[in-house]
Design a protein around this ligand. Structure first.
Ligand code: CMP
Length: 284
C-alpha cells in the first residue's frame, strides 16, 4: 500500500526518499509498552534504535551520587537509542514509559545502512548524539548541576569540539591547560610522571570532565592527559571558563571539591596505597 500522507511525521526521517523510508520499514518492528515499563536501562548493552509513534517516555541517568536525574521527556516523533548505536558504548540513560506507548524499533544494521546512503540522516543522528551527551555530562556533573537549565544551554554553546587521535597528548603535565574538557566519545588516560616512569592515575570516558584543576588553580597541569581511544573532545576555552567563574563564583567551590577528591586519589596512587584498574580505583 502507498504510505499514508502523514507517514513521515517523524522529523528524523523527513529527508529520506520514499524508497529509503520503505526499505527502513522492512527492518522495523512495532513494540507496545505499558506505563512504567523500562524500555532501555542505563549501562546495559544494546543497539536498537527507537522512534516514538505514540505515548510519552522519561529519560533519566544516575549522577555521580547515584541519584536519578530526569534528562528529558520524549513524545511522538522523538527518537532514542542513537547514542549506544553511534558510540558502541552501553546505554547512556534509562528510558521508561510514562503511559502506554507504541514504539518503532529499528534494527541497527538497517538503520546504519540507510544512514550511510543518506548523509542528512547520519548528520542529524550525530548532532543529537553530541547535544545529548554534552547536556547529560552537564546535568550529572557536580560542576554544572547547580546551574539552571537555561544557563547550562548558554554554556554548552561555548564548547568547541576537537577530534583527537590515539596517543595524542591533550594536556601536558607541567604546562598550563587550555580549557575545561569533556570526553564526548573515545577515552583518555590521565598519567603522571614519577621518577623515570609514568603512573596511570585515571581512565576517563564518555561524559567525564578533565582540565578543571589547572584552570581553576591557574597552575600548570598536575598530570598529562593522553588519548587512549580516538574520538571527540569538547573544550570550553580557558577564557570562557574564567568568564563563567566570574559570573558564577559558586562554581569555584564545586570544582574545588572535585579537584580535592582527584588530588586525594592521586596521592593514594603516588604513595602506593591505590592503583588504577579496569574496575576503577582500588585501594591496596
Ligand atoms: P542510548 O544511550 O542508546 O540509550 C539511552 C537513550 O536515551 C540514549 O541513547 C538517547 O537516545 C536517550 N537520551 C539520553 N540522553 C538524553 C537527553 N538528554 N535528551 C533526550 N534523550 C536522551
Amino acid at each position: 500500500a502507498a504510505p499514508r500522507e502523514d507517514l513521515p511525521r517523524f522529523p528524523i526521517f523527513s529527508d529520506l526518499s520514499r524508497d529509503a523510508f520503505v526499505a527502513l520499514t522492512s527492518a522495523m518492528a512495532l513494540r507496545r509498552v505499558n506505563e512504567g515499563d523500562v524500555v532501555l536501562r542505563e549501562g546495559e548493552s544494546g543497539t536498537s534504535f527507537y522512534v516514538v509513534a505514540t505515548g510519552k517516555l522519561a529519560v533519566s541517568k544516575r549522577d555521580d551520587r547515584g541519584e536519578a536525574v530526569v534528562l528529558a521527556r520524549l513524545g511522538e516523533g522523538d527518537f532514542f537509542g542513537e547514542m549506544a548505536l553511534l558510540s558502541g558504548a552501553p546505554r547512556a540513560a534509562t528510558v521508561i514509559s510514562e503511559e502506554p506507548c507504541e514504539l518503532l524499533e529499528f534494527r541497527p544494521d538497517a538503520l546504519l545502512g540507510i544512514a550511510g546512503k543518506h548523509p542528512q540522516l547520519a548528520t542529524s543522528l550525530r548532532r543529537f548524539y553530541r547535544q545529548r551527551l554534552l547536556a547529560n555530562a552537564m546535568a550529572t556533573s557536580p560542576i554544572f548541576r547547580p546551574f539552571p537549565k537555561a544557563d547550562r544551554k548558554l554554556i554548552m554553546e561555548r564548547f568547541r569540539s576537537r577530534e583527537v587521535a590515539d596517543g595524542e597528548i591533550v594536556i601536558h603535565e607541567g604546562e598550563p591547560s587550555d580549557g575545561l574538557y569533556v570526553v564526548l566519545d573515545g577515552a583518555v588516560n590521565v598519567v603522571k610522571r614519577r621518577d623515570a616512569a609514568e603512573v596511570l592515575v585515571s581512565q576517563l570516558r564518555e561524559g567525564d570532565l578533565f582540565g578543571e584543576m589547572s584552570c581553576l588553580r591557574k597552575a600548570p597541569a598536575s598530570a598529562s592527559v593522553v588519548v587512549r581511544r580516538a574520538g571527540t573532545l569538547l573544550r570550553l576555552p580557558r577564557k570562557d571558563f574564567d568568564d563563567l567563574v566570574s559570573t558564577y563564583p559558586q562554581i569555584l567551590e564545586l570544582v574545588a571539591e572535585l579537584s580535592e577528591e582527584r588530588a586525594e586519589n592521586l596521592d593514594a596512587i603516588l604513595s602506593g596505597h591505590a592503583q588504577w584498574t579496569e574496575e576503577g580505583l582500588v585501594l591496596i
